[in-house]
Design a protein around this ligand. Sequence first.
Ligand SMILES: O=C(O)CCC(=O)C(=O)O
Ligand SMILES: [Fe+2]
Length: 253
Amino acid sequence: MDSDSQSAVIVPLPEPRLEHGQGHFDQVVGEGSLAGTAGAHDVDRVDARWLDQLADGLSEHAWLELDLADRLPEGLVPALLNEVKILERTEAMSRAGIGRGADLVKDRSVRRDSIAWLEGFTEPQASLFRFLDQLMAGLNQRLFLGLKRYEAHYATYQAGDFYKCHLDSFRGRASRMISLVLYLNDDWGLEDGGELQVFSPREEDRAIGLVRPEAGRAVLFLSEEVPHEVLPARRTRHSIACWFRQDEVLLPL
Ligand SMILES: O=C(O)CCC(=O)C(=O)O
Ligand SMILES: [Fe+2]
């Protein structure tokens, strides 16, 4: 089964989420490695001023690089990293494709990562979803995009893997509107490659940014406007890619 065509789970679905503030990440991270404060502080970290800055950045530049380390609950990034490593070890990730459903194409000359969709069943995922809910509501209030839901997948790029220059959505489809990529990698050096190269929305061959996929860093951009490319990684690279969508039923990308 192609997991990305069959189980591209669209959220939010309230049922699988764990109760707010109930969770502890140590179920996946290992005892003692975290204070287990997930949930309790989620709300305070996404404040109105920060959301204003995001909305202004998107309106003015169509993309921005973010440091989410202080915005996400403490310990969440390592917990998500741990989870994707487990998924990898248990062979729960599948080769990513381009497109969806019957149009899904797995072209290794374009894209080489492996992915697993998040469903919100584990505490780290539920916690991330709470953050994404707040972000979506905040962006809707400011940008009037009518975002209705989001989808998110883990992605693992092995050494040598890349994703050639692309847009995440095609204009007029009203599907993916805003992309968010959160990086999970500790100690990512210049020698490790794997940067996200961002290109100008107006001049596609002009690079305007290079984002190192370091844990807690993120990039937020307009899915229909900003061409981007993952340069070849030289060691295993983990991330979560997320798309805020306008459609209520699944449309093609
Ligand atoms: O991992 C990244 O930096 C970007 C991934 C990406 O462009 C995508 O999955 O569409
Ligand atoms: Fe992309």
